[in-house]
Unconditional design. Structure first.
Length: 372
């Protein structure tokens, strides 16, 4: 059966599709088309002749075998191959070839897109918002000729996405979907904050300053812990910038989201005190290093600031440090200590001829009051 294989091969070559891939796809597609024809054999293969520009369907029939004592139910064997190319199969073959070419072209294009974006996972990209009325839950972001998807779970509550506006997003994942490459981007990911700062702060790029951690409640507030890696560098000042220009640029990209920049410390107590900024912390008591539990004591005037609206400041500090943090009034704590000391002093008593004194630490001293 004739088929314009030379033209098909040229089209495939122009798209970078090699002959083996093209031949395998054509043979499989033509074979499936053959199986759909009336009276098709159960066993067949397709042979392409690129020089002649033809193809042949070679079929085999099952030949029943005589039963024997050793094998009373023998499986049939396949007979000799014969040409079973259907008559008037040319139109179906041409249609099948077109389908194969289109599918291969889509696969090649999908691979190009996947290859281009697979290396951009975890990176910052800029695209143009494309609203789709048929997909109200997701925002489509056009990046060149490709559309990325900003699903509702990666959107910032209250943030508006207007058609045609430019938007910076974080690439969460690049995968092969049923309809081709699927690029998921985010506006709520904490790493978006890091990458935006890297655009504004040369010290981050040079390594003089490092961001050690980010805690974020997207659309409301973020806390960023920083550390200097070089002498004479102010890490907080580097991120804030002259007159606050650098942190302000990042906040504008995040729709006005507030950002607290705090000093990182390997000492848990110091880090917790810093993380509760902008509140001033009087002291931090580590309750359990293994369980990562601590209490921060703050002046009454700073208590609401340390806790934050609906507990946000304390919650972000806990997320940033990885510790469970209790926030208590310094004045109430000191008053409780005074009462406790008074109560312990009052409990000094004689038990069995022994004077026992107690303190906050427990048993202090004892002596016998009489000789036995």
């Amino acid at each position: 059966m004739d088929l314009d294989l030379s033209s098909i091969r040229q089209l495939a070559a122009d798209e970078g599709i090699d002959d083996d891939t093209l031949s395998d796809a054509l043979q499989e597609a033509l074979l499936q088309a053959y199986f759909k024809t009336p009276g098709a054999a159960k066993h067949a293969r397709v042979e392409l002749d690129h020089r002649a520009g033809t193809f042949t369907v070679w079929a085999q029939d099952e030949v029943p075998q005589e039963p024997t004592e050793e094998d009373p139910h023998p499986a049939p064997k396949l007979g000799d191959e014969y040409d079973d190319t259907p008559k008037n199969f040319g139109r179906q073959a041409a249609y099948t070839a077109r389908q194969v070419i289109q599918q291969l072209f889509r696969q090649v294009e999908d691979e190009k897109v996947f290859g281009a974006f697979s290396g951009r996972k975890g990176k910052l990209i800029t695209g143009i918002i494309q609203q789709d009325r048929r997909d109200a839950n997701n925002v489509h972001i056009k990046v060149g000729d490709i559309e990325a998807l900003l699903p509702r779970r990666e959107q910032v509550p209250g943030e508006e996405y207007r058609h045609g506006e430019r938007l910076r997003v974080y690439v969460v994942s690049v995968s092969r979907g049923l309809r081709g490459p699927e690029i998921i981007v985010s506006r709520s990911h904490p790493e978006l904050v890091r990458l935006l700062f890297e655009r504004e702060v040369p010290e981050l790029v040079s390594g003089a300053v490092s961001i050690m951690g980010i805690a974020r409640e997207a659309g409301a507030r973020s806390k960023v812990a920083v550390r200097a890696n070089a002498n004479g560098v102010n890490p907080k000042g580097a991120l804030i910038g002259p007159g606050g220009s650098r942190v302000r640029a990042v906040m504008e990209n995040l729709g006005g989201e507030k950002i607290d920049i705090v000093d990182y410390s390997s000492d848990p107590a110091a880090f917790i005190a810093s993380a509760l900024s902008p509140a001033h912390v009087a002291s931090v008591q580590v309750l359990s290093r293994k369980g990562k539990a601590a209490v921060a004591f703050v002046p009454d005037s700073q208590l609401s600031l340390a806790i934050g609206k609906e507990g946000q400041n304390a919650r972000l500090a806990a997320k940033l440090t990885g510790w469970r943090i209790g926030v208590e009034s310094q004045e109430q704590h000191e008053a409780a200590l005074v009462r406790r000391k008074a109560a312990l002093a009052a409990r000094e008593e004689t038990v069995g001829g022994t004077v026992v004194a107690f303190s906050e630490e427990g048993f202090v001293a004892g002596k016998r009051t009489s000789e036995e």
